[in-house]
Write a protein that binds this ligand. Structure first.
Ligand SMILES: NC(=O)c1ccc[n+]([C@@H]2O[C@H](COP(=O)([O-])OP(=O)(O)OC[C@H]3O[C@@H](n4cnc5c(N)ncnc54)[C@H](O)[C@@H]3O)[C@@H](O)[C@H]2O)c1
Length: 439
């Protein structure tokens, strides 16, 4: 039963261009997976937009349509890919080098992936110290570089006859920067572009170009990129949805599954030690302390927000939270994340939990890229602009309105996401009060 107050949603007609700054392991695994699903070779496992359902009304109503049948989403068949990278490799060559997918998946997709070639990147090795490739734009100023990116976008739109576009940053993690004066307003940022201000990083230039054109921008890495006042101002001005930061995939995903459970049972915690070994290019980039700093800040915030030590000083007032990432080439993309968790229970007796997650980073990230592309396009067609907190579900360090703390509990995030969809369609929100308990 609906309350008849759904939003006006523009139809998802025509083609959707997905713009990918950074075409490495994650982006090429995403592109290959979408094409594999289109060809019927593989299923889009892990994607809420493709495989998820949504309960509507009372449990006794027995209404649980697929999300994609409930809200008008772009179809996989209507997606076109474009992107930039520091290296000129096609998506096929890049995917082969990344070593995520095996030949049995890559070879049938070869022709298609070879057709996805990156445009020259806006890049400067001072912001990602471990990389230095040849496929890089030259420009008189950062403004000039931004104009070149805008030209790429306009050309892509015309050549592919696109109706709409979205952008998902899948580039390397840049060095840590906090928002400063040049990020404080749109006017300051645009002046900074003219003056090639050193605190305007390449990812911010892509974000600026997208948001200026009303193209939803989603940031999969922990660097600021679109998360500062000037970009929020621009997003409001152009009516553009933005979201970030840092895809929530392996270890932090585990953390946001487990920590809410401990807190729900009021089990105390002394410490959480997390370490990773990772051998892909992302691992190499994160071997640089300045890029790791961006990642560390993104990973450390989670526990504090979930456990709320200010409300539970006896349980969580003194936690030693440590996160390490070690570059270890033999593992490639198949990261291993170990967690040691020191908890305590009744009368203070200590216990330990060990988690060893042998995961595949890009396999976990690819469906997130897809869902962000598809949901941010939906947001745009619904007239939702600015920070999309309902997409926090996908991020380690969710972007929030100023003054609000981010919600990290993955189940609260999912409820917020699904209730947003229910709201858009004028369905009753599910609060789990009364008789209805399970979604
Ligand atoms: N895989 C995961 O589970 C996961 C989770 C969270 C965040 N991330 C982040 O996603 C990003 C991509 O991860 P990945 O494993 O694909 O890394 P990757 O190193 O395989 O790919 C990143 C690509 O970005 C390119 N690049 C760097 N700077 C660029 C620029 N300015 N313009 C265009 N291209 C640029 C690099 O050349 C590289 O090909 C990283 O920032 C990573 O930290 C990944």
């Amino acid at each position: 039963m609906t309350n008849g107050k759904g939003r006006d949603i523009k139809p998802a007609s025509g083609k959707l261009g997905v713009l990918l700054p950074g075409m490495g392991a994650v982006a090429t695994t995403f592109v290959a997976g979408v094409e594999a699903a289109r060809q019927g070779i593989a299923k889009p496992i892990g994607s809420l937009t493709q495989m998820g359902t949504i309960r509507l009304g009372k449990r006794t109503d027995d209404r649980s349509p697929l999300v994609k049948d409930f809200v008008p989403l772009a179809k996989l068949e209507d997606i076109e890919f474009g992107g930039w990278d520091v290296y000129p490799d096609s998506a096929y060559e890049a995917a082969k080098k990344a070593g995520v997918l095996d030949a049995s998946h890559l070879e049938p997709l070869r022709g298609f992936l070879e057709g996805v070639k990156p445009w020259p990147a806006v890049f400067d090795p001072q912001y990602v110290k471990k990389l230095n490739g040849p496929n890089v734009k030259k420009g008189k100023s950062k403004r000039d570089l931004a104009e070149q990116v805008s030209d790429d976008i306009a050309r892509f739109k015309k050549e592919r006859n696109l109706d709409r576009m979205v952008m998902v940053w899948c580039g390397s993690t840049e060095v840590y920067r906090q928002a400063g004066e040049v990020h404080s307003s749109l006017a300051a940022f645009e002046k900074g572009l003219d003056e090639s201000h050193p605190d305007i990083l390449p990812s911010m230039i892509y974000a600026y170009c997208a948001i200026k054109e009303g193209i939803p921008y989603n940031n999969g890495a922990p660097n600021l990129s679109g998360d500062f006042p000037a970009m929020v101002e621009l997003a409001k001005k152009t009516g553009t949805p933005i979201s970030g930061k840092d895809f929530k995939t392996g270890q932090t995903f585990m953390k946001t599954l487990l920590a809410p459970g401990f807190k729900a049972r009021l089990l105390g915690m002394n410490g959480w030690y997390s370490t990773n070994i990772l051998g892909n290019r992302d691992g190499e980039v994160l071997d640089d302390p300045e890029s790791f700093k961006s990642k560390e800040v993104s990973k450390l915030g989670v526990l504090e927000q979930i456990l709320q030590p200010q409300l539970y000083p006896d349980l969580y007032g003194k936690i030693h939270h440590v996160v390490r990432i070690n570059y270890y080439p033999p593992r490639g993309d198949n990261k291993e994340g170990w967690d040691n968790i020191d908890i305590f229970g009744w009368m203070g007796y200590p216990m330990q939990i060990k988690v060893d997650f042998l995961c595949r980073d890009s396999i976990l990230a690819a469906p997130i890229v897809l869902d962000l592309a598809i949901f941010s396009d939906l947001a745009s067609r619904c007239g939702m602009s600015g920070i999309q907190e309902w997409l926090s579900f996908y991020f380690k360090s969710p972007q929030t309105a100023p003054g609000l703390y981010p919600e990290h509990d993955v189940f609260i995030q999912l409820m917020k996401l699904k209730n947003t969809l229910r709201h858009l369609r004028g369905e009753e929100l599910i609060t789990h009060l009364g008789l209805e308990y399970y979604d």
